[in-house]
Design a protein around this ligand. Structure first.
Ligand code: SAH
Length: 345
């Protein structure tokens, strides 16, 4: 199989040009063609020597995604099922906010974290995505609407910190001023809580927003919802978050999906406030999106509101996440699963 030229960071492309005996400025030019102009064919790079393009096209490919399905919500949210060159499928969601267009990218085909409420993990992990494939999600979504993408959230299918190196390369590519130039402050990365990887990420001192899928303030409750908690229990996770904040100077966000009768009581709100007090962290509340085969149902709106008010009273900043695209199988992983089930019929 050919290597993917669009997965190379600017630095890696510079090294490649050096190895190929080419001047360094070619790396910049080629990076621009791929990530700014987003060419799909080597020979569209019209200012490059033909011999170089021939060499490159023999060894490399430029990954392209095919739109396998596309659903548009009444609120403008678009959900794509993209097919990768190896025929695996991933989901990407485009959300339109007043501050700009946000793309929610998948980082893996499937997931091995096993969260009980999540559709993406039910069939396990197939493989991790390359940096170029993740970037291609952003470009394909932008091309679809013909507008600039200003924000990215790594909250689609997969666990980004379980694909650390490729995700780091993706971040380097997508934030490069020679490409689409999406600032780190407009990027959020969400993790289920792989503690050693949170420490590793802290070392990079990126200005992105780290989001932790907490969902429960104690081990009994969290382990029941998220098997990853058995490996990295709540107290270790929160300690890593505090280290992260200290090291990067960036505040953490906690995701909290509310499940009726499981994690939504007044006592739980109190425990949560206690756990993260003094961090200045932000809690994002969202009623769980029930998926087939999961035992959970959503906390009703009035109780979500009550939970939020209680957190606020206890000094924790909390907002209720607006649900976009709820009319188009919104919970990530659902579209991919539907497509796979259709294929098996
Ligand atoms: N693996 C990463 C990112 C992908 S999931 C993580 O765990 O953070 C993105 C967010 O959606 C996570 O907070 C996850 O817990 C949440 N989520 C997954 N399935 C959900 C569902 N059915 N309802 C509500 N939130 C869900």
């Amino acid at each position: 199989m050919k290597e993917q030229l669009n997965s190379l960071t600017q630095q890696q492309l510079t090294e490649l040009m050096e190895q190929m005996g080419q001047p360094a400025f070619r790396a910049k030019q080629i990076f621009r063609w791929i990530h700014e102009k987003q060419v799909t064919d080597f020979f569209q790079m019209t200012d490059q020597p033909k011999s170089l393009l021939e060499q490159l096209s023999q060894r490399f490919e430029l990954v392209q995604l095919v739109v396998a399905r596309r659903q548009q919500s009444k609120d403008g949210t678009i959900k794509f099922l993209f097919q990768l060159p190896d025929e695996n499928c991933i989901e990407t969601v485009l959300m339109r906010y007043n501050y700009g267009n946000t793309v929610c990218v998948s980082t893996q085909v499937g997931c091995r974290m096993g969260c009980r409420f999540c559709a993406s993990t039910q069939a396990g992990l197939v493989r991790s995505l390359t940096a170029g494939e993740i970037a291609a999600e952003v470009y394909a979504a932008g091309k679809d609407i013909g507008e600039r993408i200003s924000h990215i959230v790594l909250m689609g299918i997969g666990e980004p910190l379980d694909n650390f190196d490729n995700v780091m390369d993706f971040l380097s590519i997508i934030s490069s001023p020679l490409g689409v130039n999406i600032g780190m402050r407009n990027i959020s990365l969400s993790t289920c809580g792989l503690v050693p990887m949170i420490d590793k990420l802290a070392e990079r001192k990126l200005q992105l927003t780290l989001s932790i899928s907490l969902h429960a303030p104690n081990n009994a409750m969290r382990s029941q919802m998220m098997p990853v908690n058995n490996a990295y229990p709540v107290e270790q996770l929160v300690a890593a978050c505090r280290r992260y904040q200290q090291h990067t100077g960036r505040r953490i966000s906690f995701e909290y999906s509310m499940v009726k009768g499981v994690n939504d009581s007044a006592a739980t709100a109190k425990e949560l406030a206690q756990l993260i007090k003094g961090m200045g962290a932000h809690v994002n509340l969202i009623p769980i999106n029930p998926v087939d085969g999961s035992p959970y149902s959503a906390t009703d709106a009035a109780n979500v509101k009550r939970f939020q008010q209680q957190l606020e009273q206890l000094g924790v900043n909390a907002t209720i996440r607006r649900r976009l695209g709820s009319d188009i199988s919104a919970a990530c992983g659902q579209l991919r699963r539907e497509a796979r089930e259709d294929a098996l019929k």
